[in-house]
Structures are given as structure tokens and as C-alpha cells.
Design a protein around this ligand. Sequence first.
Ligand SMILES: [Zn+2]
Length: 94
Amino acid sequence: MPIYEYAPLDGPGCALCCYGFERLQRVSEPALTHCPACGGAVRRVLGAPQVVTGQAHVLKEKHIARHGFTQYRRVGKGQYEKTAGKGPDTISGD
Ligand SMILES: [Zn+2]
């Protein structure tokens, strides 16, 4: 299935759609018209469906950090490692 890119139509959007987001969809599926998180209007970005690369992921993390969000990824049971933003480098759930 191709990955389609969506961008907000108006307004700042939410954490999901403010910079656009990608959605794995069947070719036969209709385009989304609203953000699944905040319900704001979105449009599908025209262009060839793209393969998401590691670089695209890094760019997103930079956006997250610039706007004061902190992102963690789970690295183990109750263990989280910071991937973007301010805050402790690791979080332990214990
Ligand atoms: Zn949204």
C-alpha cells in the first residue's frame, strides 16, 4: 500500500497534522478530508506516493523539538529514550 501525505488546510492544526502527516492507504480508499486526531480540515498532498526514509523521520523530530514538544520512544519494559525535545534523556517507568 502506498503512503499518502496530508497537510492541514487552514489553522495551525494539532501535533499530528500541523506539519502534515503520512497515512498508509489502499489506492482505492478515498482521501481523508479531516485530521483523524483533531478533526481539522486536511488535504492530500499531490505527488507520487513516497517511501518514508530515515531522513524524513529526523526532520520530523527536529520540528517536534523546535516547538517545545518532547518525544520518547519505548526501548524496553517501562524504559523510554528521548528522541527529540528537552527533558531527561531516558525515562524509567519503575
Ligand atoms: Zn490535527
